[in-house]
Design a protein around this ligand. Structure first.
Ligand SMILES: NC(=O)c1ccc[n+]([C@@H]2O[C@H](COP(=O)([O-])OP(=O)(O)OC[C@H]3O[C@@H](n4cnc5c(N)ncnc54)[C@H](O)[C@@H]3O)[C@@H](O)[C@H]2O)c1
Length: 322
């Protein structure tokens, strides 16, 4: 069998290095997922930083290493390009991959560092044959697939509201928080409800480093608190249904169903169901879709560049809303 040839642009944390974090679910990186898939291999990589290239060579035994994606694609025949570089480089790298006729591009989130650049990326894809997956990986995880099923099948009745929290680090500016990690949350709101978040009001606190965002996804009210100042990470959604509740976050999943109350006669209370997940398969499922796209099997990615652009539009809306 001829294996599918993958190349990674950006040999830093999500490109390769996080695979060495013993606590993370594996695969946790682009190199890790390619390495583990039976039909693919890491054919090449590029990074302007020579120490990253040397580290990558030592870790994965790959010798076809270049300073730029243009050089790499001039020299190597590549089927799937993984773009794992800072957002301000994404437009140039997508352009290079598209111009070299790459069939599938996996693009790290956020799509770009501005709305204008993200729109250019969308038109680059429309004008050529390349298919782009944006790595909003929770769309591919077992937990969020399960939640979507519960919503569509109305297992616990109607979804009535979502309350969400995102705290990532002590010092990041609100704008940065929304671009770096808020993009995952905002993308999930759209993925779960079927409608992009329409922000109605944004109340900033703590000298503008944190915000309470209120809005709607279609008819579903959303409250979203985000900001800096914490010494711990929180990425959490609390979904309330007519007859149930789901609390999901990084590393935990709790599902509750309305049942006859053990505490009060003639009332119902939320009782925890046993449902749990030992792993999410977030990276592997995303990559399986990329392989299927390369083979021509799947037509519309679960996480498309249009979805990624839509998340950035919402972020810009939030930043303009008072
Ligand atoms: N999906 C996720 O959960 C997740 C997690 C972490 C990071 N990310 C995203 O991945 C991207 C990279 O983040 P990171 O944390 O790995 O950053 P990083 O700084 O650890 O790695 C980025 C690497 O890209 C290299 N680079 C810069 N410009 C380049 C270019 N033009 N061509 C090739 N390489 C270039 C840098 O030298 C660096 O080694 C960002 O868009 C980030 O938001 C996503």
């Amino acid at each position: 069998m001829t294996k599918i040839r993958c190349a990674i642009a950006g040999l830093g944390r999500i490109g390769s290095e996080l695979e060495s974090d013993s606590k993370r679910e594996k695969p946790a990186t682009h190199a890790g997922v390619i390495h583990r898939h039976p039909e693919t291999f890491i054919a090449a990589g590029c990074d302007p930083d020579s120490s990253k290239r040397e580290h990558f060579r030592a870790q994965w035994g790959v010798n076809a290493l270049y300073e730029s994606l243009d050089d790499l694609l001039d020299q190597e025949k590549i089927d799937i390009v993984h773009i794992a570089t800072p957002p301000e480089t994404h437009l140039d790298l997508v352009r290079s991959a598209v111009q070299h006729g790459t069939q599938v591009i996996i693009l790290e989130k956020p799509v770009a560092s501005s709305l204008e650049e993200a729109e250019q990326i969308v038109s680059l894809q429309q004008n050529r044959q390349s298919k782009i997956i944006v790595n909003h990986e929770r769309r591919y995880s077992l937990q969020y697939q399960h939640i979507r099923k519960i919503i569509t099948e109305q297992t616990y009745g109607s979804l009535l509201s979502i309350n969400a929290r995102l705290y990532m680090g002590r010092k990041r500016a609100l704008h940065q928080m929304l671009y770096d990690d808020g993009t995952h949350m905002i993308d999930l709101f759209a993925h779960l409800t079927g409608d992009p978040l329409k922000p109605i009001s944004v109340h900033k606190v703590h000298q503008g480093t944190c915000a309470f965002i209120f809005g709607e996804c279609g008819s579903i009210p959303i409250s979203f608190e985000t900001g800096a100042g914490r010494d711990h990470l929180v990425f959490e959604l609390d979904l309330s249904f007519t007859s149930g509740r789901i609390l999901v976050g990084n590393g935990y999943y709790k599902e509750y169903e309305s049942k006859e109350s053990p505490f009060y006669t003639n009332y119902r209370s939320l009782i925890r169901n046993e449902k749990s997940f030992t792993h999410s398969r977030y990276f592997s499922s995303m990559f399986e879709e990329a392989v299927a796209l390369f083979k021509g099997h799947a037509l519309v990615p679960v996480s498309s560049v249009h979805d990624g652009l839509s998340a950035l539009k919402v972020i810009e809306d939030i930043l303009q809303t008072n």
